[in-house]
Design a protein around this ligand. Structure first.
Ligand SMILES: [Zn+2]
Ligand SMILES: [Zn+2]
Length: 153
């Protein structure tokens, strides 16, 4: 998506974060962190993050965006009715040759490192094949993930 900041056109990566009610913990609010650098966006979310995927997903209302001030990714949030035990992720590969780190949205632990279409699980650097399921590398964190794929943008 292109946006104009002070008459300068910029290309920005948009991510859609899908949230669903959390039956086990219906009242808890979580601070959402950018999974590409662990920065907090200042957005509180109520419920489970069930999916983080690149692009704007079809929706009825006018989307609003939050920017990560560190990496300049834009985030838009949508609510789904069904809950899932894990968060579905489609990774966005960094520019050629660069190494991307994926951080738990909930506790900010680094959980994956990726470059091109190769992804390793942290902290043991185990090479993974898509799709795969994993728990957060922090044993005290309840987050679980299903990593679907990595895409180039
Ligand atoms: Zn960021
Ligand atoms: Zn975590």
């Amino acid at each position: 998506m292109q946006i104009t900041i002070r008459s300068e056109k910029k290309e920005l990566l948009v991510q859609t974060v899908s949230i669903a009610p959390n039956e086990q913990d219906p009242d808890n609010l979580y601070l959402f962190r950018c999974p590409y650098d662990g920065e907090t966006l200042g957005t509180q979310i109520k419920g489970n993050v069930v999916k983080i995927s690149p692009g704007i997903e079809p929706r009825n209302d006018v989307p609003t965006f939050q920017i990560c001030h560190k990496c300049k990714r834009l985030y838009t949030f949508q609510t789904l009715e069904y809950s899932k035990p894990n968060t579905k992720i489609t990774l966005v590969s960094p520019p050629l040759g660069a190494i991307g780190i994926f951080y738990c949205w909930l506790c900010r632990s680094p959980i994956l490192q990726f470059t091109g279409n190769k992804v390793v699980k942290l902290p043991d650097f185990k090479l993974m094949q898509f799709p795969f399921e994993m728990s957060c590398s922090n044993p005290a964190c309840p987050a679980k993930y299903r990593i679907n794929d990595v895409v180039q943008m």
